[in-house]
Design a protein around this ligand. Structure first.
Ligand code: MG
Ligand code: MG
Length: 627
């Protein structure tokens, strides 16, 4: 599989783009004409630069409004093409993209277009280059790859071929299977892009909202399966017009792009076992059985707040690490590790972000397979020196530079608590009925969300929910759920684009993205609420207005409302079940814990309650700062 990406997909000047594209491991690059024209170097210099970086120039684009023009525009179009072919020779690329004509002056007619292309093929041939024809979804007469293919077929010229672009085909709901009858050697290049399903003008949607395969909602896998069936063996080239990407980090976006192609071909390979699909061999997506632990980094002076919080929530101090300043708290299946070491990543993390949940441990079926898959998808492995007698638990870097450790039940790693910890019985502990971690909520800048959606979806067997907007008095937070069908892995990603939101404040105060809350499950929220109140925890105070509204909205009786309100429990229900939740006060720079109960098969997260929770947290924050 040869990979390529269009320069238009990422930010920076052409030099920066080429560096980032090479660093991410692409084989080639499509040069967008404007990137070349606005750069301070000649085409020959750019050619040398790409060669030094080991990048092939797969395509020069775009050439517009060519076919079907009346004279004198027709002759002028051919003159333009001759000039561009010369430039391509200097640049060192042999393929030009001609997109279907959008000019109101274009005459239409398949044979006329085919004749124009045949003549262009002759000129291209004498210049030693080829031209590929792409149907734009909004082309004046040609807006469907089937018509573009018919023109290429009738042009019948070795230097004229077809260019397929998943966006143009899928945006118009054209059946990808129609690609299967096109000869692979007449497809000169395949461009790939995904997009979120939004009902809007095609041109605007395409120019601003495309994203990497796997980040959006289009059936790009089906498209690519059809392409694979033709025997096409050329480069797979990302062409992503996206406002966020053009404003984002070129290095990070290029890495996402490479990951998206590797993941796409992994899916195609699995779906088409009879085709010789080229991809990187790797184990299938990883099933996560649950959260094995969450680890906090803190400091001797700040850990008291965290200890108190865990104590009042009914955790017992279950063990001390044999050689490190690390304590294990436990309640039923929940393991919380508190790390106050003065060296290593925990320390670095504390110094940068303050007290924070910087690592999670996931229980998988097979750690080896997990590491292999994550590695094949370009995840960054994490290693630090391990003390004698300690396990080396495999880990990768996740959101905000935090860690995701992997454990399984079949290797020695299953014994980590017994081997590394001096387990003890905590006689003072009074459990509050918390059973397991329901979800982990990660807060990030909005423009990182697609990166992490792709990261989780490509490595783990999880799905993504539609993005929902949560209203914060200071702005909007986009929230997206990543979970598996069995509910053993649930992550909520919250994207903030304003420092004035509660989530945005967390990102700026902690110098980056990270885990902002953990949700623990109980099977009796009322008993748990009473137990933690008895232990001295004052939950986040929810306004009386919330309960008045709840009563009106859902028709609960006064007794039920009182039971909720006196404990500051928020409530939601749907066709299949009920949901109860309350929150602890925040610690550090805005970290908090949620306690919840699901009854029936309620699979949501109480999104309707989030604005009330956020408003209450902001009130509490103001109360703290004025006290
Ligand atoms: Mg295209
Ligand atoms: Mg939550």
């Amino acid at each position: 599989m040869r990979t390529s990406i269009a320069t238009v997909s990422i930010s920076g000047d052409l030099g920066e783009k080429l560096e980032a594209i090479a660093a991410a491991g692409f084989d080639g690059v499509e040069i967008f004409e404007n990137d070349l024209l606005t750069f301070g170097e000649s085409p020959a210099e750019v050619r040398a630069r790409a060669a030094d970086l080991g990048l092939a120039i797969t395509l020069f684009q775009p050439f517009r409004d060519f076919e079907g023009m009346p004279e004198p525009l027709r002759s002028r179009a051919f003159d333009r093409a001759r000039y561009k072919f010369e430039l391509m020779n200097e640049l060192g690329t042999d393929l030009m993209l001609v997109c279907s004509n959008v000019s109101p002056l274009a005459l239409g007619g398949i044979d006329r277009a085919a004749a124009d292309f045949h003549e262009l093929g002759d000129i291209a041939s004498s210049a030693g280059v080829r031209v590929g024809y792409e149907a734009l979804a909004w082309g004046r007469h040609v807006n469907d790859h089937r018509d573009a293919w018919e023109i290429v077929r009738r042009a019948d010229h070795a230097h004229v071929g077809l260019i397929l672009d998943s966006f143009h085909t899928l945006a118009r709901n054209i059946d990808s299977n129609t690609i299967r009858s096109i000869p692979g050697d007449k497809i000169f290049i395949v461009q790939l892009a995904d997009a979120p399903l939004i009902d809007m003008d095609l041109l605007y949607w395409s120019r601003h909202f495309r994203n990497m395969p796997g980040e959006g909602d289009l059936p790009v896998v089906d498209f690519m399966r059809a392409v694979a069936a033709t025997g096409y063996a050329g480069p797979l080239s990302l062409e992503i017009f996206n406002d966020q990407f053009r404003g984002g980090s070129p290095a990070a976006i290029a890495i996402d792009g490479k990951r998206s192609l590797v993941y796409l071909m992994d899916q195609v390979r699995r779906a088409e076992p009879d085709l010789a699909v080229v991809g990187i061999p790797m184990p299938p997506r990883i099933d996560v059985e649950g959260f094995a632990f969450v680890e906090f980094a803190t400091d001797a002076s700040e850990r008291h707040q965290l200890d108190t919080l865990l104590r009042t929530l009914g955790f017992s101090q279950a063990g001390r690490h044999r050689s490190k300043d690390v304590t294990l708290y436990r309640q039923n299946e929940i393991n919380i590790v508190v790390n106050t070491e003065k060296t290593g990543l925990a320390r670095a993390s504390y110094l940068t972000h303050g007290t924070s949940a910087y690592a999670i441990g996931l229980m998988t079926a097979d750690v080896r397979a997990t590491v292999d898959r994550a590695g094949a998808l370009g995840a960054q492995m994490f290693e630090q020196p391990v003390a004698e007698g300690d396990f080396e638990i495999p880990a990768i870097r996740g959101v905000g530079g935090g860690l995701i450790y992997f454990l399984d039940g079949q290797s020695d790693l299953a014994r980590v608590w017994d081997v590394e910890f001096e387990l003890q019985l905590d006689r003072g502990a009074r459990p509050a009925g918390l059973t397991h971690i329901d979800h982990v909520a990660q807060t990030m800048n909005y423009d990182e969300m697609l990166t992490w959606v792709l990261f989780y979806r490509s490595i783990f067997a999880v799905r993504k929910s539609p993005m929902v907007d949560v209203l914060d008095p200071g702005g909007i937070i986009r929230s997206q759920v990543i979970d598996n069908a069995s509910g053993t892995l649930r992550l909520t990603l919250n994207g903030a684009d304003s420092g004035r939101t509660f989530a945005g404040r967390f990102v700026s105060k902690t110098f980056g993205s990270g885990i902002q809350h953990l949700a623990f499950a109980t099977s009796d929220i009322f008993a748990t609420a009473d137990a933690v109140a008895g232990a001295g925890l004052s939950p986040l105070r929810i306004s009386a207005n919330y309960y008045t509204d709840l009563q009106a909205r859902l028709g609960l009786d006064q007794l039920a409302i009182d039971r909720l309100q006196v404990r500051n429990i928020l409530y939601d229900r749907d066709q299949q079940g009920e949901f109860f939740q309350f929150y602890t006060p925040t610690i550090g720079e805005g970290f908090f814990i949620e306690v919840l109960e699901r009854r029936g098969v309620y699979t949501g997260y109480g999104a309707v309650n989030a604005p009330f929770r956020i408003a209450a947290q902001k009130r509490a924050m103001r109360g703290q700062s004025s006290a």
